[in-house]
Ligand binder design. Structure first.
Ligand SMILES: [Zn+2]
Length: 68
């Protein structure tokens, strides 16, 4: 029940460029350039996101993307 409500809220927070986990702005996180026109962002809370430069959108990093 709660999870069904939470997912859209988290997606919305991410759209604002903020970490749904801790609420910090992702522009404050550590950034790593990637080869595919995107950036990997590591938030200070340890969560990992991908910023797509073409779309200008953040998303959660897939498990396979966390390491590189
Ligand atoms: Zn965070």
């Amino acid at each position: 029940m709660i999870k069904r409500l939470l997912a859209p809220v988290q997606a919305w927070i991410l759209l604002q460029g903020k970490c749904p986990g801790c609420g910090k702005h992702l522009s404050l996180g550590r950034k790593f350039e990637r080869s595919d026109n995107s950036q990997k962002i590591i938030c200070s809370c340890g969560r990992i996101y991908i910023f797509d430069k073409r779309k200008g959108k953040y998303r959660r990093a897939a498990f396979t993307e966390a390491g590189n």
